[in-house]
Design a binder for this molecule. Sequence first.
Ligand SMILES: [Zn+2]
Length: 295
Amino acid sequence: MPELPEVETVSQGLRRRALGRRILAVEVRHPGVVVGSPEQFVAEIVGRAIVSVQRKGKALALELGAENCAPRYLLVRLGMTGQFTVNPGAAPVEPHTHVRLALDDGREEIRYRDPRRFGRLRCCTAEELDEIFGRLGPDAPEISRPQFLAALRGRRGPIKSWLMNQQVLAGLGNIYADEALFAAGIHPLSPAGRISAAAAGGLLRAVKSVLRRAVKLQGTSFSDYIDIEGRPGNFLPRLKVYQRTGEPCRRCKTPIQRLVIGGRSSHFCPDCQPSPRRAASVKNPTQRHRDTEKR
Ligand SMILES: [Zn+2]
């Protein structure tokens, strides 16, 4: 599923290939991926030029300008398997292509393809976009240490679910949350609000560094994700824990374990990321000794 690095890669590709170009025609082949009436969607977009490409978390917005008109925004959520590519207009249309945006003279077009159809395209005003982006927490690469620490305070749930909650921090999904927790040596079940300031600082550095490296390598492709030119991401061989259940930890050789938290699989090294209880007993050996004596 596309997370921040994949969506950022698509944004950068669109800036390179589509900025300043006019949308000549729009074809909605599957109305289910468009929010609202497809006729209105088409009418609001046709004839406008792509003047900027914005991203917040995993959401992407193309600013569409027209002379003497307020801008409109094409908000794109790639969902599970959404792909946004720039293709020659004459290229054969692949199955599951739901929306086509012909550019300029029609020789090239942007296509939205989405086999599982969890993604959505929506045309909105500046106010609507502000409201939608406003519901998201700070973009993960931008959040400051004080903001991060304040957001963790008092949170009872497991840190893994907290990291994936888009209202507190926008951009992380299953892959990069698992990778950041491994890099920081934090067990995914650790209660978010109990993480020490030092460990939380380490986690924030891990989040930013994992995202930065993944953006550099154009994201991670498992099955469907591709960039604007149709190329897969290159981060897959760099994954340390995600989907490596049973394989040796790259740091200590202990087999990677998998555990379901909030309905999502979490992958971690039981040795590099000690469970919260074990971490507490290691930190406080006298206490553990006393407990043993009591028994
Ligand atoms: Zn390990």
